[in-house]
Write a protein that binds this ligand. Structure first.
Ligand code: F6P
Length: 360
């Protein structure tokens, strides 16, 4: 009988998930293994089980198709994360059922592709006896133990493109334009896109801001004859002494939905400066579409490496990027900690050197 492995994608989707699936299926096929994909994230492991075979001939073109052919979920019976670093216990019977189903299928191992929440679930399943390896995914880039998660570069490319477009209209109308980007409690997308897209002010969760400082930068630009300003705001940014802005009521067993800070900032800036100000919320555009070349390559390397780890029976590990190589790190090194933008790091220092304001 041929060996078979399983794969699932968990948490919010992002560009590159299909490229990982493709790399896993192709590498497994090369070793003479079959692959099945669980549908709808971890839920596919529970009754009624949802899975299907993945044939390598189906993998054509998946390199550049957004989303995930397996579906995914960031809610449901496994939900392990409910807030800013808050982890809740997954019910014992859920873990037992998933393990029993996994073994019923006679699988050699499982590849789980996800961010902090999904990899936290992976660790629990591993502790319960499911042989698995993880692949780090999230546009937020907030995962420890890897230099970068896949999906991040594609999200930054999207936000940078948005800034290029907003620049010309802001300049034409001599306006302030605020771009709100995703990233949850980390400012990676805002910081990288803000620099790459020539933003003038970047507001990130790591540096609570003051309106006096934001408006001072706008006034300084006016004095320099620059009558427009681009402000990039991470959804998790907040005014000094204030709480995060959320976009909906709290839902049980789900992380808080951040969003709305862009409009709050735009209102206040217009009030204080008298300058016409507009807001653009990039939202899920950052999560859709084709991965960048960088992400395609990273996903392919991660997928191939994950299969290699299974061949080596190196379970409870996650593939990671430690430039120039991909390496294996324990799942426990990656989860439960948020990787935020270091204030003394190169990114913040580069921005400051260019005169970009963080509103502090
Ligand atoms: O974690 C990825 C992410 O896109 C965050 O940047 C964002 O806060 C959240 O997911 C949005 O989740 P949902 O798609 O459930 O609204």
């Amino acid at each position: 009988m041929r060996e078979c492995i399983g794969i699932l994608t968990g948490g919010g989707d992002c560009p590159g998930l299909n490229a990982v699936i493709r790399a896993v299926v192709k590498s497994a096929t090369k070793r003479g293994w079959d692959t099945i994909g669980f549908l709808g994230g971890y839920e596919g492991l529970l009754e009624p089980m949802r899975h299907r075979p993945l044939d390598y001939r189906e993998m054509d073109a998946l390199l550049f198709v957004g989303g995930t052919i397996l579906g995914t979920s960031n809610k449901g019976r496994f939900a392990a994360k409910t807030g800013h670093g808050q982890v809740q216990q997954i019910p014992e019977e859920i873990l037992k059922e998933a393990k029993a189903n996994f073994h019923k299928l006679g699988l050699r191992a499982l590849v789980t592709v996800g961010g902090d929440g999904s990899l936290t679930i992976a660790q629990r399943l591993f502790e319960h006896g499911v042989p698995l390896v993880g692949v780090p995914k999230t546009i937020d880039n907030d995962l420890e133990a890897t230099a970068i998660t896949f999906g991040f570069d594609s999200a930054v490319a999207c936000a940078t493109d948005a800034l290029d477009r907003l620049r010309t209209t802001a300049q034409s109308h001599e306006r302030v334009i605020v771009l709100e980007v995703m990233g949850r409690y980390a400012g990676w997308i805002a910081a990288h896109a803000g620099i790459a897209g020539g933003g003038d002010v970047i507001l990130i969760p790591e540096i609570p801001f003051r309106y006096e400082s934001v408006c001072a930068r706008i006034a300084q630009r006016e004095r320099e004859g620059k009558r427009f300003t681009l402000i990039v705001v991470a959804e998790g940014a907040r005014e000094r002494g204030k709480d995060f802005v959320t976009s909906g009521p709290e839902e049980k067993q789900r992380e808080a939905r951040l969003g709305g800070i862009g409009a709050v900032v735009a209102d206040e800036v217009q009030k204080r400066t008298g300058k016409e100000t507009r807001v653009c919320v990039l939202g899920h555009l950052q999560r859709g579409g084709a991965p960048t070349t960088f992400d395609r390559l990273l996903c392919t390397r991660f997928g191939a490496r994950a299969v290699q780890l299974i061949a080596e029976e190196k379970y409870g590990y996650m593939v990671a990027l430690r430039p120039p190589d991909t390496v294996a790190v324990k799942l426990t090194e990656a989860i439960g900690r948020l990787r935020t933008v270091p204030l003394e790091g190169d990114i913040v220092q580069t921005a400051r050197a260019l005169g970009i304001s963080f509103g502090d």
